[in-house]
Design a protein around this ligand. Structure first.
Ligand code: ADP
Ligand code: MG
Length: 349
């Protein structure tokens, strides 16, 4: 449905977005994840038609809508926008806010408003004013208002950032369901990896104006292509490694990896859940437990390796570790990276 080709945008000497190509299918949920200042909002505004690209084009169903100039103005794109600050009209009641963009006769509008207020579970607030309702409720109303004109695409810029943690999780789940129910394609911009992972079908990971990786949340989590991506998406332990005499010397002991990977490997990355801990006598240990953080369903264990490096391990809480326990620690899964921080391909067994 939407295609961006080699999109770029600069403000003076700042290259906010460079050479981004992406496509979005009907009904698809895409999230754009990256640290603050990496160009996410600029990319969203380029898609919306609120910015003229410095390079590249945006297409809608194969028709160019943004290029050297804005060809189809934003208000005719049928895109709904939802922002961090809710942006409801303060002088309009909840139902008038929702009805604002709805089309059709008075009865049809009324029907659409009622249907949407049901969908966001707030029919009882129809006649209240925005300042009388909570932040979470305001954001649900903002979603209802964006959906009222039956947009083909919803663009959301950090929509949950102004809400507290508990509310954010609940609202994220609810809004995802509401948007799926409406069948509308969605682009979510966020700096919060958990939000991107749980919300979307596909993710674009951005760094300094560029897309550095694209894939499903599971693909990006399991196969980060750079060291940076491995720690931006999920928790990662990084350990120095060295290729010597045909084997990979690591703080966890020697590992057998193929020559093509081993000879260029400088860093190994292990997810906390991919370590295995065994209780062993001190003389066979390669690590000592230094901290145990039990949080109900998981146990997070800090282990100081003989090499001097520290790692974080997470696992089931069935057997609780104690400080100063001697352990043998191994990695059941790991990835190797070269000196430039790029992933060496082929997953060593
Ligand atoms: P993000 O949403 O990922 O935090 P932005 O897209 O807002 O990033 O900004 C990317 C870069 O472009 C930043 O360096 C920002 O300062 C710059 N930028 C964004 N909008 C403008 C603007 N209107 N004028 C000048 N610089 C801008
Ligand atoms: Mg932004």
């Amino acid at each position: 449905m939407i295609e961006c080709r080699n999109l770029g945008k600069s403000y003076g000497t700042v290259q906010a977005v460079s050479d981004i190509s992406l496509s979005l299918d009907e009904h698809e949920f895409l999230s754009i994840l990256g640290p603050s200042g990496c160009g996410k909002s600029t990319l969203l505004r380029l898609i919306a038609g609120l910015e003229v690209p410095s390079q590249g084009q945006v297409f809608l169903h194969g028709q160019e809508i943004s290029g050297r100039k804005i060809i189809l103005p934003p208000e005719r794109r049928k895109f709904g926008m939802i922002f961090q600050d809710f942006a409801l009209f303060p002088h309009l009641s909840v139902k008038d806010n929702v009805g604002y963009g709805a089309a059709g006769s008075k009865t049809e509008k009324q029907q659409r408003v009622n249907e949407l207020l049901e969908l966001v579970s707030l029919p009882h607030l129809a006649t209240t004013m925005p300042h009388q309702i909570s932040g979470g409720e305001q954001q649900r109303i903002a979603v209802a208002r964006a959906l009222a004109p039956r947009p083909r695409l919803i663009l959301m810029d950090e929509p949950f950032s102004n809400l507290d943690y508990q509310l954010r999780q609940q609202l994220r789940r609810d809004i995802r369901e509401i948007l799926k129910h409406e069948g509308v394609a969605t682009v979510l911009v966020t700096h919060d990896q958990v939000e991107a992972i749980t919300f979307s079908d596909r993710m674009l990971l951005m760094q300094k104006g560029k897309v550095v990786q694209e894939g499903t949340p599971a693909e990006i989590y399991q196969n980060p292509q750079t060291i940076w991506a491995s720690s931006f998406v999920g928790e990662a332990n990084h350990l120095p490694v060295e290729w010597q005499n045909d084997s990979l010397k690591t703080p966890l002991g020697e590992l057998n990896v193929p020559f093509e990977i081993g000879r260029n490997a400088r860093i190994m990355m292990v997810r906390p859940e991919d370590f295995k801990l065994e209780s062993v006598p001190a003389d066979q240990a390669n690590g000592i437990v230094k901290s145990v953080d039990f949080s109900g369903s998981v146990q997070n264990v800090g282990v100081l390796l003989k090499s001097g490096a520290s790692v974080q391990v997470s696992g089931s809480p069935h057997l609780l570790w104690n400080q100063e326990d001697s352990v043998k620690i191994t990695a059941e899964r790991y990835l190797c990276f070269n000196s430039s921080g790029n992933r060496l391909n082929g997953i060593p067994e």
